[in-house]
Design a protein around this ligand. Structure first.
Ligand SMILES: Cc1cc2nc3c(=O)[nH]c(=O)nc-3n(C[C@H](O)[C@H](O)[C@H](O)COP(=O)(O)OP(=O)(O)OC[C@H]3O[C@@H](n4cnc5c(N)ncnc54)[C@H](O)[C@@H]3O)c2cc1C
Length: 484
């Protein structure tokens, strides 16, 4: 076995969270090894947020052009996927090449290692034949991969996950989407707007099942208006592929066929691959259990999707800030001799100089005001608890709802004005604990509601605010008035 190389920190997985942590720790002067087996940047820039939002931008342009009829004359729209595929290839992903991202990291002083990493005992990480001993800590940012349900026959078929759907150069004529969550609906609407016959099959009794039921209704109606067939309450039982088309049979005998099948039924962490047993951590869980400073166990932190605190890029970035502060705090203490096991930094860097390693209190993670946006048209933005979740927790709930079409801006907007603002308040505390904003700018309107939940702004203060006329966000004032 090779002698371990002594470094300050090893970051395993350079997706959104890992890259941020590794880059910032390297900039702070620590010697950082970042290990990535696939592409630096992770799912978001190559197969997730960025290319999918480019697809959505293009599909929304088509939808908006079609709304000219009845508002501003007439248009004839001839969708063409080629510019979308080209933009994803050339602008978003460099044809799925991470050279620039690797340079971004090494330019900050980090050391990049391509490969699959495994823990190899306390403080140690193995990548093939190489072993690194981390003086100050190990950060696991290994993300998630698609979770494919154990449907009879499915594994033997050439089904798509989000990766093939994002990489597609030529659209199929028809597409079955298994899963009516955020990713499934976003992609279903995009492809439908480009002329693909899309059918969504969802096992639960509504799409976007984690959001407010009113949001599910508006989203389903919008997709149906785009020609998407939606079947809820259908559990897939068997999938077949005859070399040309897919057949999906649901419980109760329903049968669907299409040229392609996209499986978007959630994502899962693969903890069994990480060597967690060598550091006494249970690998049998769904996600890595972390405390509010993202600690997994002594000397190990986790960041991003692998923590199960919300599979969003903004969660990974938020957590990264806490991990960076905490690792630097540990390094500073170790270098100052506060930690009896601590020795000088491998580079004599941040921990010794105090760069970024100040004694400021390390922030603690707080997900009360976690925002989430499904980028369908209309967008579904939400923060905090839904009404159902709040009632389940025994909160004395107050709810208010205002529909956009009957607001001044919604009425002016006309075509494409579906949506609402729903507020969920804790009546005893007099503050919002959750809100949903659905509409043409639902994700943007959400920001005011995130501030309200995050800062626990009293309802009385929100009622005293001046809301610009005629904006979509004035629906917040209408919903406050509706509160009973
Ligand atoms: C289609 C789609 C659309 C999305 N849209 C949005 C959106 O609009 N907004 C939003 O906030 N989020 C969105 N997300 C979610 C977002 O992409 C993730 O939350 C984000 O990528 C999580 O970052 P991460 O660093 O935790 O993990 P990842 O980005 O998954 O990165 C983890 C990295 O670790 C590497 N790795 C794993 N194990 C090892 C190992 N043992 N050794 C070395 N390397 C390893 C992997 O190769 C990977 O590169 C979307 C996701 C998808 C799939």
């Amino acid at each position: 076995m090779a002698d371990p190389e002594l470094v300050d920190v090893v970051v395993v997985g350079l997706g959104v969270g890992g890259e941020e942590v590794a880059g910032r720790l390297a900039e702070a002067g620590l010697s950082v090894v970042g290990v990535e087996r696939d592409l630096v940047g992770g799912e978001c820039p190559y197969w997730g947020c960025v290319p999918s939002k480019m697809m959505i931008r293009a599909a929304n342009a088509i939808a908006e052009a079609r709304r000219v009829d009845g508002l501003a004359g007439s248009t004839e729209v001839r969708p063409d996927w080629a510019p979308v595929a080209r933009r994803i290839r050339e602008e978003a992903t460099d044809t799925w090449d991470d050279t620039v991202a690797v340079q971004r990291f090494t330019g900050k002083g980090g050391r990049f290692v391509r490969g699959t990493a495994r823990l190899d005992g306390p403080g140690r990480v193995r990548v093939g034949e190489r072993v690194f001993q981390a003086r100050h800590g190990i950060v696991l940012g290994t993300g998630t991969r698609p979770s494919v349900p154990p449907v009879d026959g499915l594994a033997d078929t050439p089904y798509w996950t989000n990766r093939q759907a994002i990489e597609v150069e030529e659209l199929p004529e028809s597409l079955l989407v298994l899963g009516g969550g955020a990713i499934g609906l976003e992609l279903a609407q995009v492809f439908a707007r480009f002329g693909v016959r899309v059918t969504v099959v969802e096992a639960l009794d509504r799409v976007l099942a984690l959001e407010e039921p009113e949001a599910s209704e508006v989203a389903a109606a919008a997709l149906r208006a785009d020609g998407v067939e939606i079947h809820t309450g259908v559990r897939a039982e068997r999938v077949g592929h005859d070399g040309r088309a897919f057949t999906l049979r649901g419980a109760g005998g329903a049968e669907f066929t299409a040229d392609r099948l996209l499986v978007v039924t959630g994502r899962r962490a693969h903890l069994d691959e990480l060597g967690l047993d060598t550091v006494g951590v249970d690998a049998g869980r769904r996600y890595l259990t972390v405390d509010d400073r993202l600690h997994v166990t002594e000397g190990i932190w986790a960041v991003g999707d692998v923590t199960g605190e919300g599979a969003f890029t903004h969660v990974a970035m938020y957590q990264a800030g806490i991990v960076v502060a905490d690792v630097l705090d540990h390094a500073r203490r170790a270098d100052a001799g506060a930690d009896p096991s601590g020795t000088a930094s491998a580079t004599g860097g941040a921990a010794g100089t105090g760069a970024g390693g100040s004694a400021r209190a390390v922030p603690r993670a707080d997900y009360r005001a976690l925002p989430r946006v499904t980028f369908t048209d209309p967008e579904v933005g939400a923060v905090g608890l839904t009404e159902h979740q709040a009632r389940e927790r025994g909160v004395n709930v107050q709810v208010g709802l205002a529909r956009l079409p009957s607001s001044a801006r919604g009425w002016i907007h006309k075509a494409g004005n579906e949506g609402f603002v729903k507020l969920v308040a804790d009546a005893d505390e007099g503050v919002l604990i959750g809100a949903t904003s659905v509409g043409p700018a639902g994700g943007e309107v959400l920001s005011a509601l995130v501030v309200a939940v995050h800062a626990a702004v009293p309802l009385a203060r929100l009622r005293q605010m001046i809301y610009a006329y005629p904006t979509f966000h004035r629906a917040i004032e209408d919903a406050l008035r509706d509160m009973s």
